[in-house]
Design a protein around this ligand. Structure first.
Ligand code: PAN
Ligand code: ZN
Length: 191
């Protein structure tokens, strides 16, 4: 057995940055082409304003193996594409029965979940909210506030990430601003 030595990381509770920084995953609008309902709005922003940063992930460097608990923070910057709030790509775990825990640190948003059968659930999150992603639910987070929405996540090391299914079918519901309010509405592009 290869015995790993205990170690720690430091989490900036207001910045969401975990140090030491092993690597940072940055997702810009061009990485998310086709994921927002309004494709024309995506292309308009890319042409007029450039490639805006939507979210960043700071992971702790660990082997993606059974027995480990992977953990990271996600920072979703505020903003919208047309009326749809900034969000993560969203994914199923490759091993569909692997659950996950999210802990809200800063800002406001929602955890959106969806089953293979198309059932959708939404969980509001604020600092201190512990949101549970049960086995078999795809998950995506959305920043519905005006500040960065930051949360910590922990999940089993052998979960794996399946992005393809959500890229193909999307989420059945999207979070939009309607008359100044946050609204969960049917996704016109949902297959
Ligand atoms: C999270 C997510 C993170 C970014 O750590 O990976 O919030 O979202 P996407 O992976 O959908 O781009 C998690 O759910 N890990 O399993
Ligand atoms: Zn996950």
């Amino acid at each position: 057995m290869n015995l790993m030595q205990p170690f720690k990381s430091e989490l900036g509770l207001t910045t969401g940055i975990i140090t030491p920084v092993s690597h940072v995953i940055r997702r810009s609008l061009s990485d998310m082409r086709g994921m927002y309902a309004d494709d024309a709005a995506t292309e308009r922003i890319l042409a007029q304003e450039g490639d805006r940063l939507i979210y960043e992930v700071y992971p702790v460097d660990l082997p993606e193996e059974e027995g480990h608990i992977l953990h990271s923070t996600t920072i979703i910057y505020p903003g919208r594409v047309s009326d749809e709030y900034h969000m993560t790509k969203g994914h199923f775990h490759v091993k569909r029965d692997r659950a996950e825990i999210y802990l809200g640190l800063a800002g406001h948003g929602y955890l959106l979940l969806q089953t293979d059968a198309g059932e959708v659930s939404s969980v509001p999150m604020q600092p201190g909210t512990i949101a549970y992603v049960p086995p078999y639910w795809a998950h995506r987070t959305v920043n519905t506030g005006s500040e960065p929405f930051i949360f910590f996540a922990a999940w089993p090391g052998d979960s794996g990430h399946d992005y393809g299914t959500i890229e193909k079918i999307g989420f059945a519901k999207i979070m939009v601003e309607r008359d100044g309010q946050v609204a969960l509405v049917a996704n016109p592009k949902y297959i």
